[in-house]
Design a protein around this ligand. Structure first.
Ligand SMILES: [Zn+2]
Length: 278
């Protein structure tokens, strides 16, 4: 991704090209175009007519440039209309496997940038208005000059292994019958490894050892970073906490329950770890 100093423009940015992608979010999600076997972001040429209906000022953020195309995003209100049956607003989660990897990555970035913009209109310290920095993706308080960068909230997710079986749990917020890995937010003052051990113990009563980093995934709902780990069972019997986790058990490769949809880090770790079992 090429860095560029234009991070914010009060209206349609100068230099917008016909093939620049414009990521428009409203209360229902992201504007995409239906294509064969999936969805695509919409470019400026395709939505130019619709953009004329927007009353300025609106804040268009420059996200970056990759493979010759620039990416911009902005938040639309309910008055934004676009003609053409090929366009629809879709919940970002539902687009995980519908957009190509680059487009989905920019969609995640856009969601986080817009969330940050919406939630940092005022300084949390002195209450004055903030303004966008002209030189970086940051907002500066007009009263006390405090700087606000987009915040990312770290969360861990862990595959605990025990003699070829994996600890999977049903969370009360999951769809019926779906099981996934143990996950939770990192607390202040805690290392990622400590967080893994604490979450597994709190939610299932199991102690772990041998905590190892696996891989990560930005998770813009609204601003998380999922950090994946593997760990080994050390001791304890499974006792779900009954608050978040309703049921948890050890599952072998041949007896897996309903899993999270492909594309999520949890599913990715489950698939890779299970395929490694002999
Ligand atoms: Zn301030």
């Amino acid at each position: 991704m090429t860095a560029n100093k234009l991070f914010f423009s009060d209206g349609l940015p100068a230099g917008l090209e016909e093939y620049s992608f414009i990521l428009i979010f409203n209360a229902s999600g992201l504007l995409v175009k239906k294509i064969e076997n999936g969805s695509s972001l919409a470019n400026y040429k395709e939505i130019k007519a619709g953009l004329k209906n927007i009353s300025p000022p609106f804040a268009a953020h420059f996200l970056g440039r990759e493979k010759g195309a620039s990416y911009y995003c902005f938040q639309a209100d309910d008055n934004f209309k676009i003609t053409g049956t090929e366009f629809e607003f879709r919940d970002l989660r539902s687009l995980i496997n519908c957009l190509d990897e680059t487009q989905f990555r920019f969609a995640c970035l856009a969601a986080q940038v817009l969330y940050w913009d919406k939630t940092t209109k005022f300084c949390g310290e002195c209450g004055a208005l903030t303004r966008h920095s002209p030189s970086e993706r940051a907002k500066i308080c007009t009263g006390c000059a405090r700087v606000f960068y987009p915040a990312v909230t770290p969360a861990i997710i862990v595959a605990v292994m025990n003699q070829g079986k994996m600890l999977l749990a049903h969370n009360k917020n999951f769809a019926e019958g779906v099981y996934s890995l143990i996950a939770g937010f990192v607390e202040p003052g805690e290392s990622l490894e400590d967080c893994v051990a604490r979450e597994v113990l709190e939610e299932t009563g199991v102690s772990v050892s041998d905590v190892k980093y696996f891989k990560s995934q930005p998770w813009p709902f609204p601003s998380s970073m999922m950090i994946g780990f593997t760990a080994s069972y050390k001791s304890g019997d499974i006792k779900p906490d009954g608050e978040e986790i309703i049921h948890a058990a050890w599952f072998g490769r041949e007896e897996l329950p309903k899993l999270p949809r492909p594309g999520s880090l949890s599913r990715n770790i489950i698939d890779i770890m299970m395929s490694d079992i002999n």
